[in-house]
Design a protein around this ligand. Structure first.
Ligand code: ZN
Ligand code: ZN
Length: 176
């Protein structure tokens, strides 16, 4: 067990928890299958299907981040992570396969169990059924004709002939 790496995850995330352990083990499984992760390698892209604790471990250990554009959120509510290596073309999707809330096991016990389990006991491996967008696209911005804020053009909608942002778009359903 790489305790120094685990500690870096805890420092970033703010606490240790079973979810963080899942992300930690996901990176270990990635390294077993696709070779050592070189931190801040922008050719490695992670697509996460959840926004839970484990993503923090992945950010710390791989350097994949929202700001760099190599951490993408594909909201599915699944404890699944996919990794794409733009250089080698290797792709890997892994899905955590243990029931996440186990009433028969305490939180600390579950965390230890995850940290010490073999990768194939924790994850089911396969190929992602989707591809990732091309690298670093720069989008033009347009000004919303209602609120006056600028937004990238692919997130501007047309409403009664006016260009408007998603916040102003009539019929938006989810608060934000
Ligand atoms: Zn947590
Ligand atoms: Zn607007």
């Amino acid at each position: 067990m790489d305790t120094a790496a685990w500690q870096r995850c805890i420092d970033f995330h703010g606490h240790s928890c079973p979810g963080l352990a899942i992300g930690f083990k996901a990176v270990k499984a990635l390294e077993q299958q696709m070779g050592p992760v070189c931190e801040n390698d922008e050719d490695l892209v992670c697509v996460t299907e959840n926004d839970a604790c484990g993503v923090d471990a992945i950010q710390v250990l791989t350097g994949c981040s929202l700001g760099k554009g190599n951490l993408l959120y594909r909201e599915r509510g699944k404890m699944a992570f996919s990794f794409f290596n733009r250089t080698t073309g290797h792709n890997l999707r892994m899905v955590f396969k243990l029931p996440v809330s186990r009433k028969d096991v305490g939180r600390e016990e579950l965390q230890q169990m995850i940290l010490h389990a073999a990768s194939d006991e924790l994850f089911q491996f396969g190929q992602p059924g989707f591809s990732i967008p091309e690298k670093a696209r720069i989008f033009d911005s347009l000004t919303c004709e209602q609120c006056g804020e600028n937004a990238v053009e692919h997130l501007i909608r047309l409403h009664e002939g006016k260009k408007i942002c998603l916040d102003c778009f009539e019929g938006y359903s989810r608060g934000w």
